[in-house]
Design a protein around this ligand. Structure first.
Ligand SMILES: *[C@@H]1O[C@H](CO)[C@@H](O)[C@H](O)[C@H]1NC(C)=O
Ligand SMILES: *[C@@H]1O[C@H](CO)[C@@H](O)[C@H](O)[C@H]1NC(C)=O
Length: 228
């Protein structure tokens, strides 16, 4: 336990130093800025950043406002609409408001060489992202993990299913989405689980243009994140 914590802090500090020295693009880290551990309720595991220019901005499946939503994200919207009929499909693909609402959008690799899918996989990022998952798994309870595709399912193997809800489906990519992703109903299942565990549900509709979700404050970190 202590060794694990030490490793985690070490990795965390190395990242922080790199960030301070501007070695790493700060955007690769935005998932933690918008969704600090104290506010995490749902974790969506992505695989690899989008590899086209200007697409990746640090949140899995999300793209900046000026970039058209990619096919996987359109399928996520489709699945959500199937699940929660009041969901308004946004024209953009920016998921920042989900992130601020407690949906941690975490990739396995946090960087990619432009135009080369998965070019930074197996280079060490996995250790860090595994540590993030392990940390959340151990320290928190009642989280919902959405694992889409065999890669994410494999990465989530160690999650304690007694303490957390683990939802699995095929990847939302157009190659696989029709094998059950579009009817997976993960979003309403997540909300039901959160409600049953005395937590506030996620407002999946918060992506609408005019909604402004405040940036979460980190101040309650000390209450929620007791080190045992
Ligand atoms: C993770 O991958 C998605 C594509 O699935 C991308 O939009 C996002 O920027 C990536 N996140 C990070 C932290 O690189
Ligand atoms: C999983 O969580 C339950 C409930 O908190 C706990 O009793 C059990 O020991 C955990 N299992 C593992 C493998 O950590």
């Amino acid at each position: 336990m202590l060794i694990f914590l030490f490793n985690f802090l070490l990795l965390f500090n190395i990242l922080l130093i790199c960030l301070l020295l501007n070695i790493i693009d700060p955007q690769i880290y935005s998932w933690s800025r918008y969704t600090p551990p104290s506010i995490v309720k749902v974790v969506i595991l992505g695989q690899d950043p989008y590899h086209n220019d200007r697409q990746a901005h640090g949140l899995c499946f999300s793209v900046p406002h000026n970039v058209p939503p990619p096919p996987s994200l359109l399928n996520i919207y489709k699945g959500l609409k199937n699940d929660i009929s009041t969901f308004q499909v946004p024209k953009h693909g920016c998921l920042v408001n989900w992130a601020k609402s407690g949906v941690l959008l975490l990739n396995t690799s946090l960087t990619v060489r432009a135009h080369e899918p998965a070019s930074h996989s197996g280079k060490g990022w996995e250790k860090f992202t595994d540590a993030v998952i392990q940390y959340l798994n151990e320290r928190k309870s009642g989280l919902v993990f959405m694992l889409w595709g065999s890669h994410a399912i494999k990465k989530g193997k160690a999650i304690n299913k007694t303490k957390h809800l683990v939802l699995e489906a095929v990847h939302p990519s157009p190659l696989s989405a029709h094998h059950g992703f579009l009817d997976c109903h993960h979003w309403s299942k997540a909300n039901k689980y959160l409600k049953d565990h005395g937590k506030e549900e996620i407002e999946w509709n918060c992506l609408a243009e005019n909604k402004n979700v405040p940036i979460p404050s980190n101040s309650d970190l000390s209450n929620n994140e007791k080190i045992d």
